[in-house]
Design a protein around this ligand. Structure first.
Ligand SMILES: Nc1ncnc2c1ncn2[C@@H]1O[C@H](COP(=O)(O)OP(=O)(O)OP(=O)(O)O)[C@@H](O)[C@H]1O
Length: 208
């Protein structure tokens, strides 16, 4: 699905060759500052390589419009945007930006349940914990149902068992639905349990 050839990003990352397969869960692991987010951001054009070529479904990313690409390839960043307002407002946000139709009540209720959130759609997001806000952001991208989902996981969320359980179940559902997932995770157990492939980044190089 993604092919990287002779990629360099400044002096931060060097990837001679890498293929990410459709339908796989690919975990990216490595120490803080290794270059994991830099690699992930190359895949939805948040970063453009200084050298080399990346193709998505055979098309050179250089030739693709970033907005069009990001309807297909959605990235949930380490610090997702949560706006003032209700859970409903925050759930609809991704679909709104992607210019897709609004989610129905049933769809929103289903993702809240999947994320083990018991609040109502009209509740104020200000009342939620950090981990719950992270799950709202995950629910938001789940509603967008993109072909490719890139998750840059914050370490803190994994300190909590609920967060890891939710993530594990979410990844299993996504895989069953045929989505391609690329997840940066600090959890070795999660990576080993759910992934089809683990990529280890060390000091800007992929070491396996
Ligand atoms: N646009 C940029 N210009 C210069 N340096 C950058 C740029 N983007 C990232 N870096 C540097 O590249 C290194 C790798 O950053 P990156 O965010 O990819 O690490 P990471 O492995 O995701 O770390 P963490 O696990 O802490 O999130 C860091 O030293 C960072 O400061």
């Amino acid at each position: 699905m993604f092919e990287l050839q002779n990629i360099r990003f400044l002096n931060v990352l060097h990837v001679p060759t890498l293929t990410i397969h459709e339908g796989d869960i690919t975990c990216i692991v490595g120490e803080s500052g290794a270059g994991k987010s830099t690699l992930a951001k190359l895949l939805n054009k948040m970063n453009s390589p200084t050298e080399g070529t990346i193709t998505y479904k055979g098309r050179d990313l250089k030739e693709m419009d970033a907005v069009t690409l990001r309807r297909d390839v959605v990235m949930l960043s380490q610090t997702p945007l949560i706006v003032e307002g209700t859970i409903r407002d925050n759930l609809q946000l991704g679909l709104h930006y992607a210019e897709k139709r609004e989610a129905t009540e049933e769809e929103m209720m289903r993702v809240l349940q999947e994320m083990k959130l018991t609040q109502s759609l009209e509740d104020d997001v200000a009342t939620l914990s950090g981990g719950e806000k992270q799950r709202i952001a995950l629910a938001r991208v789940a509603l967008m149902n993109p072909s490719v989902l890139i998750l840059d996981e914050p370490t803190s969320a994994l300190d909590d068992h609920t967060e890891e359980d939710v993530m594990r179940q979410f990844l299993r559902n996504a895989k069953q639905a045929g989505q391609t997932i690329i997840i940066i995770t600090h959890s070795k157990s999660l990576a080993e349990e759910v992934s089809d492939r683990i990529i280890t980044v060390k000091a800007g190089e992929i070491i396996d």
